[in-house]
Design a protein around this ligand. Structure first.
Ligand SMILES: [Zn+2]
Ligand SMILES: [Zn+2]
Length: 374
């Protein structure tokens, strides 16, 4: 099978990306799907900050890599027997889960150990590499590689979904919604009537904000270093916006929340943001972080306050979600009008514009951009 892919030959290419073109749209060939693997035609793929983190080297991955990890598609064919049939719409999940390891057995597929191993190596859950360009193997990005017309994925990277919704809207459920809503609703278990702050208003952070609205937060304070995010945050349900660059940002949040928030979710991926999140968490409250900072970053915090103030600090990966349960559930919430994630979509584009999209994301101009395939 012949397909276009977005090839990342190496990390660390400097900006501006629309001029330096870190991604190359090239023709590649896909092997036939092996047992438990599926050939998928991509319908729509979201451009996520984690893609940018691979391009700029903040989130190192082996290269050459075919990029993209948030998408929906349609099954074309399966290797061996499968419960998935051609034509079935599927959402793609960026951590495949083996179903057998201790974390999977505990009901925490986001922490799947073989899933992590193969994602780190750039292979499918089967260990296979199915993409070739000029005779060379090209690694898979988180088992998905969806900035492509077609992709081979392991069955355990896919969740069947209904085909009654715009694929561009469905695409954001695989990463932004699982990560953002999951952090607030699953990892931090938002309770009705709590005061919430959201730090970092990219696509994942705004999904977290929408999750806080859907989960019945009493008050939502949106915090970002870019004041251009204010209007959208307020229109999506935030009560207040605080500019993270203000020297008294923490004091502003504490004043607005009468001493601090019950739940503070951090999605910015930089240490000052996480420190601010912990600072504005009330005594007895919880901070949850779902951003992926540079692996060399270290957090400094007054440890005694964790004890004396009973503050909990939670890490959240894939929103602690069970994707086969939570993607259909979150889509159902969208159908009921309670998770209007379509409003996060700022741009729709063609695959040939992917480097322009990366530059827009890096400059903070875009929220969720969706690559649409004809
Ligand atoms: Zn993502
Ligand atoms: Zn597992």
């Amino acid at each position: 099978m012949d397909t276009r892919i977005a090839l990342l030959p190496a990390m660390g290419i400097p900006r501006p990306y629309h001029e330096t073109n870190p991604l190359q749209i090239v023709r590649a060939s896909l092997d036939d799907p092996g047992p438990e693997e599926v050939l998928v035609r991509i319908l729509a793929a979201g451009v996520c900050h984690s893609d940018l983190s691979v391009i700029n080297g903040d989130r190192p991955r082996p290269t050459p890599l075919a990029l993209g990890h948030e998408a929906v598609g349609e099954v074309v064919s399966v290797g061996g027997s499968s419960d998935l049939k051609p034509g079935q719409r599927v959402a793609m999940v960026f951590v495949p889960s083996c179903g057998h390891c201790p974390c999977c057995a505990e009901g925490r597929p986001a922490l799947c150990e073989p899933g992590l191993k193969h994602n780190t190596e750039g292979t499918l859950l089967s260990g296979a590499i199915r993409i070739r360009h000029e005779g060379q193997p090209i690694l898979h990005h988180l088992g998905i590689s969806c900035f492509s017309d077609y992709a081979i994925c392991h069955r355990r990277s896919l969740v069947p979904i209904d085909s009654d919704l715009d694929p561009a809207v469905q695409a954001v459920f695989g990463c932004a919604v699982l990560t953002g809503c999951g952090a607030v609703l699953n990892t931090a278990s938002l309770r009705t009537g709590e005061r919430v702050a959201i730090v970092g208003l990219g696509g994942v952070g705004l999904a977290g904000l929408l999750g806080a609205v859907a989960g019945g937060a009493k008050q939502i304070i949106a915090i970002d270093a870019n004041p251009a995010k204010k209007e959208l945050a307020l229109s999506l349900g935030a009560d207040h916006f605080v500019d993270a660059r203000d020297p008294d940002a923490a004091a502003q949040v504490k004043a607005l929340s009468q001493g601090g928030c019950d739940l503070v979710a951090e999605f910015a991926g930089v240490m000052p943001a996480l420190e601010l999140a912990i600072e504005v968490t009330r005594r007895g409250g919880r901070s949850v972080t779902a951003a992926l900072p540079n692996p060399d970053d270290r957090l400094s915090l007054p440890a005694a306050r964790l004890v004396a103030e009973e503050k909990a600090l939670l890490g959240s990966y894939v929103g602690s979600c069970v994707p086969s349960r939570d993607i259909p559930n979150f889509i159902a919430l969208h159908h009921r009008g309670r998770l209007p994630v379509d409003r996060m979509i700022s741009h729709r584009l063609e695959l040939s514009e992917i480097n322009i999209a990366m530059e827009r994301l890096a400059s903070g101009e875009a929220v969720r951009q969706i690559v649409c395939f004809a």
